[in-house]
Design a protein around this ligand. Sequence first.
Ligand code: NAP
Length: 325
Amino acid sequence: MENVQTKKTVLVTGGTGFLGGHTVLQLLQQGYDVKTTLRSLAKKDTILKALEEGGITDFSNLSFIEADLTSGNNWDEAVKGCDYVLHVASPFPAQDPKDENELIIPARDGALRVLKASRDAGVKRVVLTSSFAAVGYSKNIADHIFTEEDWTDINAELPAYIKSKTVAEKSAWEFIEKEGNGLELSVINPVGIFGPVIGGITSASLDIAVSGILNGTMNQTPPFTMGVVDVRDVADIHIKAMLHPDAAGERFIATSDDVMSFYDVAELFKKERPQYSSNIQNLEPIGKEFYKQMSNKKAKTILSWTPRSREEALLASADSLMINP
Ligand code: NAP
């Protein structure tokens, strides 16, 4: 366990989620006092089970508070006494709703609620979980390597989830610039998050790209590649961005090296995990013109972040889902 010299208190929003759970786990392992929000305290046991699976036996440094992104209730209480806030929660359904506002409103207004409450409570820094969705979804991808300089254009025709993440991140930066009053913001833009499932908590990315391929419901290769990153490295980069003096005011793409199509993922499983692969459909490779590429240089250089490989992330997901289905 790393020592935290002066014990700091960190709020993680959305401890019931795949990334939220892993983030709470790493903070507890490193000796922080951790608070986490959930929409309903009835879900507390899900988090406790995940943390136990992750090796936590002493829960005295963890507390829970009920808060919903769509309501102003309890956010002041949630951030009270916190040095840092990691705002991870945001709606991430496997399928887009008919009305995009079902995602945009909680994502944007929730982020603003968390930022306002944090500013008023004297929090030092908020780290917001945005997404590569806010970086790379409206530009011609040919020969372009996406960096933190790129922004998805919110005026383009976009799926609701992608729009919700872009609008939320833009609103967060605007708030910091105009009303932040010294509150620091750092943003993480992960690509598809994979890695081990703990406590049975999955997410849309795992359901679609790992379970969907292994159980054979994915029967064609969508015409795009995705970046892959391990949830343990995404939790780690949040903590690095929370602490590093140079991370304030910056966004960081979180991706392992290289990208993959769903065909590549299926081939990886067939080669490395033939025991799980009997239901995988015959997927077709896609052309290089569909390869969307992004850079992790900034996170590696500024934060000394060293992500696991995409293969390790995906195989860890498959193993945790197939061994503990
Ligand atoms: P997840 O498991 O679905 O987690 C989403 C979390 O947000 C859950 O804790 C969920 O709570 C919470 N949430 C949703 N709507 C809420 C609301 N109205 N009020 C309060 N909490 C709410 O997905 P995840 O992958 O861990 O996602 C975590 C973050 O990473 C999100 O910001 C997501 O956009 C971002 N991200 C994910 C990926 C990926 O590939 N997984 C990639 C890039 C960015 P409940 O348990 O109550 O539903």
